[in-house]
Design a protein around this ligand. Structure first.
Ligand SMILES: C[S@@+](CC[C@H](N)C(=O)[O-])C[C@H]1O[C@@H](n2cnc3c(N)ncnc32)[C@H](O)[C@@H]1O
Length: 215
């Protein structure tokens, strides 16, 4: 059953329609159904998959969507977004050269992924490589992650955004609940908070916040 555009549920699991049949990114299982190939989407490896399984309501991705992905790492989640937005572009910002090597390998096959080696704190360095963006997805695990999202949103003005907030990246002593509240309060100046999804049991002390730009 299709639960969102390009995302299907198979019993207790979810999968995306593979835009590059036969190609696997992180050893995920490939499944054939009615002549189409799907890639199983692992919620322990992808916070967006965890959020979907934990009840994400609004899904801002569609086949022609253009996405700015901050913290793309080796492309696990970004590759599923590339499946869903197969007619759009996924601009994948990552600052680790080690991760970028793996990401480039994925982007050679998934041609709508655009790898950008840059620090998400300095959008002025990649502004000229990026066209119109409908959605920002951010998963950086940095103490200033909320400020980074706000800076990028001010520049690229997406309609929607999602941020994975990792409490332990911000403070190892304070209660995660208090940390999440403070970060969400900062986001309220710029965004309507559509949903806050706890990612347990897939990720401890993490929430994914779904946002609509107020601009
Ligand atoms: C938790 S991992 C991302 C996992 C990935 N989102 C996924 O689901 O496949 C965080 C990534 O963000 C990158 N990162 C952290 N701070 C960054 C920054 N300021 N600019 C760009 N990348 C950054 C790290 O190198 C790391 O690869």
């Amino acid at each position: 059953m299709e639960i969102f555009p390009g995302v299907i549920r198979i019993k207790k699991e979810i999968a995306t329609l593979n835009s590059t049949p036969g190609f696997r990114v992180y050893d995920e299982k490939l499944i054939r159904k009615r002549g189409k190939e799907y890639r199983l989407w692992d919620p322990y490896r992808s916070k967006l998959a965890a959020a979907i399984l934990n009840g994400l309501r609004e899904f801002p991705l569609h086949k022609s969507g253009n996405v700015l992905y901050l913290g793309a790492s080796s492309g696990t989640t970004a590759s599923h977004i590339a499946d869903i937005c197969h007619k759009g572009l996924i601009y994948c910002v990552e600052f680790s050269p080690r991760m970028m090597r793996d990401l480039i390998h994925v982007a050679r096959i998934k041609k709508n992924m655009v790898p950008i080696l840059a620090d998400a704190r300095r959008p002025e360095e990649y502004i000229h490589s990026i066209g119109k963006v409908d959605f920002i997805y951010q998963d950086l695990a940095q103490p200033d992650q909320t400020e980074i999202l706000i800076t990028n949103s001010d520049i690229f003005v997406p309609k929607f955004a999602m941020i994975a907030i990792k409490a332990r990246s911000i403070d190892v002593v304070r209660k995660p609940r208090d940390i999440f509240k403070d970060e969400i309060d900062k986001l309220k100046n710029k965004f309507k908070i559509m949903q806050v999804i706890n990612l347990r049991p897939y990720d401890k002390d993490h929430v994914l916040v779904s946002l609509k730009n107020l601009l």
